[in-house]
Design a protein around this ligand. Structure first.
Ligand code: FA5
Length: 342
């Protein structure tokens, strides 16, 4: 039996030394240490060994078992390292220093303006919220003080869905949910895609972007609104921008305004962009109507606030000097590439 153990030892050592793959080392493990393996077989059959030799055989067999276990583990590690090395050596080489001819993507001009605005507002303590594109009639109209049959609904020709919901016509549709979510005080902006069944022209699309903003706190006034809008527009156009307010009607604000900016192309002298008026209408706004605050769960006796609905698509149009809004939704890369920021 002792001879048998030494011949097994010789055999296993040779096999381990020649093993080249994880599979072959596993096969060796099974052949010698598996349930029916050669070493285990000796240990199982110790009874058949002469009593005087039994202890010595058991010791030798156990020593060999431990020795094989260690050798197999070492070999496994060695093979694993070799296999990894081979994988790396055979992998497809990529030269990271090579110039690429790939046409890599870029952000859409509206997204760029939106991100710029978000950064500016965030720096002034506003949070950026999400709104839905499919909305309920309640959120889009009733919760912002536009009940059924109110004539103001005609100003926003709506795409209705068969289930009675609609495609959001204005970002104001998220006002109610955001007031209920945060309560007062509150400073939030919520950009989003809006849809209206409009006659299309150079400044009207059926799908366009707005950015709504709300600030609600004790003693918020029109002065705060003007300050925020001036700061924001000056940052966007990278120059001091003059603004003016004209009265405007929206059922969800009282008083309501149209905020115009002095034409940044002709400095108010009159040009094609401002239709020779010197001013460009950009952003309806006003002080949030007490009914709207109440419906949002905020006490209008304690709190006041302003809201605005900036036309993001039109702002992008002005920033990049585009003379037709429809280009922005056209997906025409030749046109879009011209306004991409390098
Ligand atoms: C509104 O949608 C109001 N919800 C804005 C508001 C919010 C007022 C909060 C007061 C307080 P209006 O329909 O004017 O208002 O649209 C706002 C802006 O969206 C417009 O000034 C314009 O820049 C843009 N806009 C409206 N319709 C279109 C359109 N069809 N295509 C492109 N931009 C549009």
């Amino acid at each position: 039996m002792i001879d048998k153990i030494s011949s097994i030892e010789k055999e296993v050592k040779e096999k381990i030394a020649n093993a080249k793959t994880s599979v072959s080392i596993e096969e060796i493990r099974v052949e010698f240490l598996g349930k029916k393996g050669k070493i285990i077989d000796i240990l199982k059959n110790l009874k058949s060994v002469e009593e005087t030799k039994r202890k010595e055989v058991a010791t030798l067999a156990n020593k060999l078992r431990v020795d094989i276990e260690n050798k197999i583990e070492d070999k496994k590690e060695e093979i694993k390292e070799k296999e990894y090395e081979n994988k790396i050596n055979n992998a497809k080489k990529i030269d990271l220093t090579l110039p690429t001819n790939l046409n890599i993507g870029s952000l859409h001009p509206i997204t760029i303006v939106q991100k710029e605005l978000e950064e500016i507002f965030e720096s002034m303590g506003f949070t950026v919220e999400d709104g839905n594109e499919v909305e309920t009639e309640y959120n889009n109209f009733e919760a912002v003080n536009v009940p059924k049959h109110h004539p103001a609904r005609d100003m926003q020709d709506t795409f209705w869905l068969e289930n009675g919901q609609l495609l959001k016509t204005q970002t104001s549709a998220a006002q109610n949910k955001i007031m209920k979510k945060y309560g007062a005080p509150l400073k939030a902006i919520f950009p989003g895609r809006c849809f209206r069944n409009e006659e299309l022209d150079a400044s009207h699309e059926n799908t366009f972007f707005q950015m709504e903003g709300m600030m609600i706190d004790k003693d918020v006034s029109i002065a705060n609104l003007i300050y925020f809008m001036k700061t924001l527009l000056s940052e966007i156009f990278k120059k001091e921008v003059e603004v003016r307010l004209r009265p405007g009607y929206f059922p969800f604000v009282e008083p309501g305004f149209e905020l115009d900016i002095k034409c940044i192309y002709c400095d108010g002298k009159g040009c094609k962009v401002c239709k020779h008026g010197g001013w460009i209408e950009l952003c309806p706004c006003g002080m949030i109507h007490p009914n709207v605050l109440k419906m949002g769960g905020i006490d209008p006796e304690k709190y006041s606030g302003f809201a605005f609905g900036l036309g993001l698509s039109r702002l992008a149009m002005m920033k990049y000097g585009i003379n037709d809004l429809r280009i922005l939704n056209s997906g025409d890369l030749r046109a879009l590439k011209q306004m991409y920021i390098k």
